[in-house]
Design a protein around this ligand. Structure first.
Ligand SMILES: Cc1cc2nc3c(=O)[nH]c(=O)nc-3n(C[C@H](O)[C@H](O)[C@H](O)COP(=O)(O)OP(=O)(O)OC[C@H]3O[C@@H](n4cnc5c(N)ncnc54)[C@H](O)[C@@H]3O)c2cc1C
Length: 325
């Protein structure tokens, strides 16, 4: 009988972990609270328009992640985005690596990772219980799944603390990690009033990022679909604000910063990534306790990017394989 592992979270870390375990012939079940997989790498559809409101692009430095990006690009699920120059020279530096985006949306990036993996969506794991038979997962509706030989918790750090923070060796390291919120605003305008530039960074103390989403490969180029990210400081201070108010405020700040003529967006909404960006990572690829047969992974282990999440999930998967094989 293959060892059975349950993974909480179908983001980049959880699905990378799943693939590593599957390749070692483990039986893997992934449980995801949202209706969709991908976590903070996401595309939202609003009416006929789509917006990548979380991660903007993926780029790879490590061999493993670079190979993954080549794989998805080769399969036609991803393409390179080469935005026209940014306002502060960031492009020259950051684009020393190509910027890769999913096509037609960001969730396509996960296609090869979910192959052969059982993913159950719409299941929020509320607690974990270890019995003699193994690990059991409890959901909001008081139903459960299990037993599993090991569990991998691949969720943002606040949720990881709730699920496994009581394991002595995890408590202190998890308490040191910090993530900040990020407001994302999605704006549709019909008029072509933007300067001939596709990405704007650090425009003000409030506006950290503006992207013309419609300039990414595989998107509808008509009109302007804009994604605006607020700075961590502003997002933290506005964490409890109403999304409509946030969208209006960010649009007004963008109009001011870019000196746009008065334009009324045809759509405008905002989403808060409450556990959005990592500002103090763990400093290790993952944590795994062979004694408890439980581990944690996520971008927050190593840094703040999809590549970190990928490496972290793979690292946890290998640790589980080594301990159970
Ligand atoms: C606004 C923004 C912009 C970004 N831009 C970039 C970028 O341009 N490039 C880049 O590389 N990175 C970027 N990032 C970071 C990147 O999105 C993350 O590093 C990466 O997606 C993290 O993956 P993860 O699997 O660790 O976590 P997540 O993507 O957060 O996945 C965790 C999953 O766990 C699920 N979950 C949580 N709790 C439970 C539970 N109790 N039960 C079941 N499921 C649960 C969540 O729903 C989620 O799907 C950005 C992030 C944000 C927020």
């Amino acid at each position: 009988m293959p060892s059975k592992v349950a993974i909480m979270g179908a983001g980049m870390a959880g699905l990378s972990c799943a693939r590593t375990l599957l390749r070692a012939a483990f039986a893997v079940d992934v449980f995801e609270q949202d209706r969709n997989i991908g976590g903070r790498i996401a595309t939202i559809r609003i009416g006929n328009d789509t917006f990548d409101h979380g991660a903007q692009y993926l780029s790879g430095r490590s061999e493993g992640f670079q190979a993954f990006l080549d794989e998805i690009s080769g399969l036609g699920h991803a393409g390179q985005w080469a935005p026209r120059a940014t306002s502060n020279g960031m492009r020259a530096e950051a684009q020393s690596q190509p910027w890769v985006v999913g096509m037609p949306g960001m969730s396509s990036l996960f296609r090869p990772l979910v192959e052969g993996v059982r993913v159950t969506t719409g299941r929020h794991v509320q607690s974990l219980e270890r019995r003699d038979s193994g690990w059991h997962l409890w959901f909001e509706d008081q139903t459960s799944a299990g037993p599993f030989d090991a569990v991998a918790v691949a969720v943002p750090v606040a949720q990881a603390r709730k699920l496994l923070g009581r394991i002595g060796e995890f408590a202190a390291p998890l308490a040191d990690v910090h993530m900040t919120p990020c407001w994302a605003s999605m704006v549709r305008i019909e008029e072509k009033v933007f300067p001939a530039q596709d990405v704007f960074t650090d425009m003000s103390e409030t506006i950290r990022w503006i992207a013309r989403n419609n300039t990414k490969p595989g998107r509808n180029p008509a009109g302007e679909n804009l994604v605006i990210h607020a700075s961590p400081a502003w997002s933290s201070q506005a964490e409890d604000a109403d999304p409509d108010d946030v969208a209006a405020e960010l649009w007004s700040q963008v109009s001011y910063a870019l000196d746009l003529p008065p334009v009324r967006p045809s759509r405008m909404t905002a989403h808060l990534w409450r556990q959005g960006l990592v500002d103090r990572p763990l400093g290790k690829s993952h944590l795994y306790s062979p004694e408890h047969r439980a581990g944690v992974a996520g971008d927050w282990c190593l840094g703040a990017s999809a590549e970190h999440a990928f490496e972290s999930g793979d690292g946890l998967g290998r640790a589980i394989v080594n301990s159970l094989a």
